[in-house]
Write a protein that binds this ligand. Structure first.
Ligand SMILES: [Zn+2]
Length: 225
């Protein structure tokens, strides 16, 4: 079967030169083989994990991420942007380095990595975004743009969806960020370990709203430049 990965959809009109690369986080099966978590790094991490599962709904995170990403694709195309889908199938094998390199190869105006979270504390709830620190040895020069993108995305996401706002998490441990040469953020839409978030994330209505919110955030970020 042909893997549905790295699929380019050309936009129409004046916004078509802006390519939004959407990475629906994870995939059906993780890949445990190690890869360096940054260019030249000796720290190795698994190529990609299978993601979490809703504690109350049983919904697989990778499936949730893909559904929301596909809604985003349709909304962004309707607005005229070009879109690259890192994957459109569960049955793929794409490491986190490969995901970042797809975004680099397309000179992404925004690389959005769509995820949902999990915590050992069942009461932890809400959305957060993730970017590198200003001291990141691989792409610290992108910190300003990534921080701004992460702030706008989180603000708009929580405003539009009503999701509780957690924080922006700055970390240099994310392979899929460390290899980026373009503005990137990870959106953690909610905690699948929290009953409220998990049940909400499992509704088609919220998945649509989440997609609309992220597309609005992307547009606001691009308009701020
Ligand atoms: Zn995830």
């Amino acid at each position: 079967m042909e893997e549905k990965i790295n699929i380019l959809y050309k936009g129409n009109g004046t916004k078509a030169d802006k390519v939004i690369v959407i990475d629906a986080g994870h995939q059906h099966r993780g890949m445990t083989e190690p890869e360096p978590n940054g260019p030249g790094s000796e720290v190795m991490k698994a190529k990609v994990t299978g993601g979490t599962v809703g504690n109350f709904t049983g919904l697989k995170e990778s499936i949730l991420n893909l559904r929301v990403s596909e809604y985003m694709r349709d909304i962004l195309l309707a607005k005229g942007y070009s879109v690259v889908m890192v994957r459109e199938s569960e049955d793929v094998k794409i490491s986190n380095i490969e995901r970042a390199e797809m975004a680099n190869a397309h000179s992404a105006a925004v690389f959005i990595r769509v995820h949902a979270n999990s915590s050992a504390s069942p009461e932890t709830s809400g959305a957060l975004t993730i970017c590198q620190t200003a001291q990141n040895p691989y792409n610290g020069e992108l910190y300003g743009e990534c921080r701004k993108l992460s702030e706008i995305m989180l603000d708009v996401f929580c405003r539009v969806t009503g999701m509780n706002k957690c924080k922006i998490w700055e970390t240099d441990t994310m392979t899929g960020i460390n290899w980026c040469k373009v503005p990137a953020t990870i959106m953690e839409m909610g905690f699948m370990s929290n009953e409220h978030d998990d049940r909400l994330l499992n509704t088609d209505e919220f998945q649509h709203k989440a997609a609309e919110a992220m597309c609005e955030g992307i547009e606001e970020y691009l308009n701020s430049k």
